[in-house]
Design a protein around this ligand. Structure first.
Ligand code: T3D
Length: 277
């Protein structure tokens, strides 16, 4: 199904997005980065659009998931470098300003959404484009995609959360090698390393997005949210803290309609019909 056929029910959705496309259907949002001629590199305007849409999604109680992808041959080439022209001698630029105003709010908003955020890397991802993908809860990538920690090529260090995500996902050596040398990592290698969940044939991207949409829209939403919360907390928790968190979350899920339906369906040897409540 093409994006244009997605239902647009909510008046908030009439917001005019300039550098992204957005749709919302069955409680599942879909963001497409939409500056294909510039490999969807991130502009000030794109950041504004993303903040607006993520705030809209955060306000939806019935939110069941978010899918993110890019238009054209790239996913996202990081910061739009045309917004960072070379400065005349004697002038300086404080790069922490853009990170604090744009990148930090983006990464934290994605992490804070209770529902799973799933990224579909449709082509090259570079610089903060990789950071954006890795801030999502799960990453699929087409076989032709590449991941490039392009930062050192322009004299910077990986940012927008990349130095947090990379070593946790792939280990210290692979993180260091990828970051220092900024060589392209193929989607197949990314899958083998555990940088991403799954590498797909290019032609299966749209069908996979639709299948994931259906799973999120008809899945046990509260169990998905609790899973996201627990796995996010795990990186900073002791085992005892994590066991406590699991018990608290499971206690609450044990009271849910989806748990009742799940065990009933098991006993009746049929597929569960989850309501998300
Ligand atoms: O500044 C701060 O606020 C700090 C935060 C920094 C975060 C960062 O993300 S820093 C890293 C920024 N990104 C990069 O350094 C990557 C730059 N891009 C590339 O190295 C290459 O484009 C790729 C390796 C990603 C892809 O190469 P290729 O050969 O497939 O495509 P291309 O021909 O280089 O790019 C196609 C077009 O997209 C081209 O435009 P043109 O010549 O056809 O008019 C190119 O200029 C444009 N483009 C690609 N990346 C960017 C970009 N335009 C602006 N900004 C980009 N990042």
């Amino acid at each position: 199904m093409s994006v244009s056929t997605w239902l647009r029910k909510d008046s908030d959705m009439d917001h005019h997005y300039r550098h992204i496309r957005f749709s919302y259907r069955e409680g599942v949002g879909r963001i497409e980065l939409a500056r294909p001629d510039h490999l969807n590199s991130l502009t000030e305007i794109m950041h504004e659009d993303l903040r607006t849409v993520l705030d809209f999604l955060a306000s939806k109680e019935e939110l069941r998931g978010l899918l993110i992808t890019g238009t054209g041959r790239g996913f996202c080439a990081g910061q739009d470098l045309s917004e960072r022209p070379a400065l005349p001698e004697g002038q300086v630029r404080d790069l922490s300003v853009g990170l604090k105003q744009n990148y930090e709010p983006l990464i934290l908003r994605l992490k804070a959404l209770p529902a799973p955020v799933i990224c579909f890397v449709n082509g090259v991802a570079a610089g903060a484009g990789v950071s954006l993908a890795l801030a999502c809860d799960l990453v699929y990538a087409v076989r032709s995609a590449r991941f490039i920690q392009a930062f050192t090529r322009i004299g910077l260090l990986p940012d927008a959360g990349a130095t947090h995500a990379l070593p946790r996902l792939v280990g210290a050596q692979r993180a260091m090698g990828a970051a220092l040398f900024a060589e392209p990592i193929s989607a197949e290698t990314a899958e083998r390393w555990g940088l991403i969940w799954r590498c797909l044939p290019d032609e299966e991207l749209e069908a996979t997005m639709e299948a994931v949409h259906t799973r999120l829209a008809h899945g046990p939403t509260r169990a998905y949210a609790a899973t996201k919360q627990a796995l996010q907390a795990a990186t900073g928790n002791t085992l005892t803290e994590q066991l406590d968190l699991e018990a608290a979350l499971q206690k609450s899920l044990g009271l849910s309609a989806d748990y009742r339906e799940g065990v009933r369906a098991f006993a009746e040897k049929r597929q569960p019909r989850f309501s998300g409540s």
